[in-house]
Design a protein around this ligand. Structure first.
Ligand code: IPE
Ligand code: IPE
Ligand code: MG
Length: 247
């Protein structure tokens, strides 16, 4: 079955039967987008949050199961304090609104990352959003906040070491995955990075093993539903072999 991505159809047709189950996005380029407009970087982050909201809704509408977005990395604390604060305020606003509209929008939220260092207010909102999310079906959005792929792996290794000390249970890839923030969620099929950078910047290092990567020069605040269609179309043309051969 085919659906049109957009009314003008320019991005082409998506094959509904070959949609990625899990899309991950490195939401990059907010700062440059703001700079181009002579505005402070925080203006770009606010615009990026709106784009995220639109793309999450679109993912829900076309039937994507998981959308994982990189919002703030373990390295982003290096940024000026006022920028970090502006980003935290945007999370807060987003979570507040998401909690209010969750029943209507059916967008479930989970946060990946070490939230222990976030403000108590933010932690409370995260817990509330996650608790309400458990009641609903729909697209699941994993919001990566104070997330680092290496940090996630080290935490998992520590937790497993503790388990091993008590049980002596053998480690397998599956077992290790169960200690990651993404426990129980399939690996991303497609990872999108806008803004022209071609690197992972510590995003989903374990889970990205066989993800298809898609890069575009579009800055995140300019990313549209049509851009997402383009990325999915490119994905649908890829030949995923997982190390095997096609007969
Ligand atoms: C991504 O946009 C958002 C965060 C990393 C928080 P940037 O702020 O990195 O934007 P650029 O890359 O400087 O344009
Ligand atoms: C990656 O973007 C992190 C997020 C989008 C949250 P960065 O802008 O921090 O990455 P680098 O510094 O260009 O690698
Ligand atoms: Mg950046």
């Amino acid at each position: 079955m085919f659906i049109f991505g957009k009314k003008d159809g320019k991005a082409g047709k998506l094959d509904k039967d070959k949609l990625p189950r899990h899309i991950a996005v490195i939401m990059d380029g907010n700062g440059r987008w703001a700079k181009k407009r002579g505005m402070p970087r925080s203006f770009g982050h606010a615009a990026g949050a709106e784009t995220f909201r639109r793309i999450a809704t679109y993912c829900k509408n076309i039937g994507i199961e998981y959308l994982t977005v990189y919002a703030f990395s373990t390295e982003n604390w290096k940024r000026p304090a006022d920028e970090v604060q502006a980003i935290m305020e945007i999370f807060e606003k987003y979570l507040r609104e998401a909690i209010e509209t969750m029943e209507r929008d059916r967008v479930k939220i989970k946060v990946f990352g070490d939230i222990s260092v976030l403000s108590p207010k933010l932690r409370r909102l995260i817990h509330e959003a996650e608790a309400i999310s458990k009641k609903y079906d729909g697209v699941q959005v994993n919001l990566c906040v104070n997330y680092g792929g290496r940090d996630e792996i080290v935490r998992a290794a520590r937790a497993y070491a503790e388990h091993y000390r008590k049980t002596g249970e053998e480690l397998t890839e599956e077992k290790f995955s169960s200690y990651l923030y993404s426990a129980g969620i399939c690996d991303p099929d497609l990872i999108i990075r806008p803004s022209g950078e071609m690197r992972l910047s510590n995003f989903l290092l374990w889970q990205a093993a066989y993800a298809e990567l898609y890069f575009t020069d579009v800055l995140w605040p300019d990313f549209t539903e049509k851009e997402l269609d383009r990325a999915i179309l490119a994905y649908q043309k890829r030949d995923r072999r997982f190390g095997g051969v096609k007969g």
